[in-house]
Design a binder for this molecule. Structure first.
Ligand code: PMP
Length: 367
């Protein structure tokens, strides 16, 4: 008999399922986890070498003062309104754990980690269905008292809510906190950061994983009122004051300083996104107009099968199967991260081939 030591309150825990990380060294085109296809800025690589492995015997600055100053300057905020974290996943975890006294509410189609956090921390949650076109109706949140989690742009849809709508959401209830998860905002959406001085019921979370090419170092920050930031800092120091390591601090500062590289790479991603969207439409796919570094698309063939065949050909994209007992929403769709121009071209070529083979009835045979 296997003995179980897990607290029964956590028996219903499910794991968040991250996108596949290739293992066997086979070259793949990785368009499944919305990473940035470009390497970090040369300034980051230099800062990492200069950060000095020989200083790794020392703990990093738990207050991340250098990086916090750089972030505060970028947003024109005082440093006591900035909290850094080990990726936005960590900061989100603190928010679900500490800022949801009445539970949490979020869209039915959104970042799949939100319900996982809720189960982890025993936070009751409700989901609010998006419209059929995946757009979010702010009025659906009127009267809700739970803490609102809004991914903007949303994942996996790529749709963004305009600033006046975010403001309406905040206005609905000044005593209700809204956490705006802006992981993808740099790819063409509007940030809620300019609303921070007006609304103390707003927390904005940003990451270095997407537009700053640093998914591997795990680095993010939150912006809020000084009181919200102080509480978030208490949550962080109650868990791990050193969760942002020395290398991440050095890399983050250097990345923020290299504005030119940031601009040039995010513009290229936005250009490649247009190519990807046009190419998909030309192949008969439905496309949700994206403001992120990925495209949510309904291909003209079974998404699960396409996902599998693409994988066999070394191209990873993401498929979110419908969940039993829930209305079908995402099973017919694929989420494709925007890669380099070559990667986008290779993906579209492969998809064209596969669809042609399917029409001839040979695609499955190729598996
Ligand atoms: N929020 C959203 C909406 C995301 O899609 C992701 C990436 N999976 C995250 C947060 C987590 O990003 P990070 O790498 O900063 O933990």
């Amino acid at each position: 008999m296997t003995r179980h030591f897990l607290d029964p309150r956590l028996a219903g825990l499910v794991r968040y399922v991250p996108g596949e990380v290739p293992r066997d060294g086979r070259p793949v085109i990785k368009l499944n986890t919305n990473e940035n296809p470009f390497p970090p800025s040369p300034a980051v690589v230099k800062a990492l070498s200069a950060a000095g492995a020989e200083r790794l015997n020392l703990y990093p600055d738990p207050e991340a003062r250098g990086l916090t100053r750089a972030v505060a300057d970028l947003f024109g905020l005082d440093t006591d309104r900035v909290v850094t974290g080990n990726g936005s996943d960590e900061l989100l975890a603190f928010c679900f754990h500490g800022f949801c006294p009445r539970g949490a509410v979020f869209a039915d189609v959104t970042y799949g980690f939100y319900p996982v956090f809720c189960r982890m921390f025993g936070v009751p949650f409700e989901t609010v269905p998006l419209r059929d076109d995946f757009s979010l109706n702010v009025d659906d949140y009127r009267g809700r008292r739970e803490t609102v989690f809004l991914a903007n742009p949303n994942a996996p849809t790529g749709l963004a809510l305009a600033l006046p709508d975010v403001r309406r959401l905040l206005e609905q209830d000044r005593d209700r906190l809204t956490v705006v998860d802006e992981a993808y905002v740099d790819f063409g959406a509007e940030s809620a950061a300019p609303l921070l001085d007006e609304y103390d019921n707003l927390l904005v979370i940003r990451t270095f994983s997407k537009s700053r090419q640093l998914a591997g170092v795990r680095l993010a920050f939150a912006l809020g009122s000084s009181s919200l930031a102080a509480d978030l800092m208490t949550l962080k120091f109650g868990f791990n004051p050193y969760s942002v390591n020395a290398q991440a601090l050095a890399a983050g500062e250097a990345a923020l300083r290299d504005e030119a590289y940031f601009e040039c790479t995010r513009r290229e991603i936005m250009r490649n996104r247009e190519t990807l969207q046009e190419g998909l439409r030309a192949l008969g796919a439905e496309v949700v107009p994206s403001k992120a570094n990925f495209v949510f698309t309904r291909p003209p063939a079974a998404a699960a099968l396409l996902h599998r065949i693409l994988r066999e050909r070394g191209i990873l994209v993401r498929h979110f199967p419908d969940e039993p007992g829930r209305p079908a929403r995402t099973g017919a769709w694929l989420r494709v991260s925007v890669g380099t121009a070559e990667q986008v071209g290779a993906f579209l070529d492969a998809l064209r081939d596969i669809l042609r083979d399917m029409r001839r009835g040979t695609a499955d045979a190729a598996l």
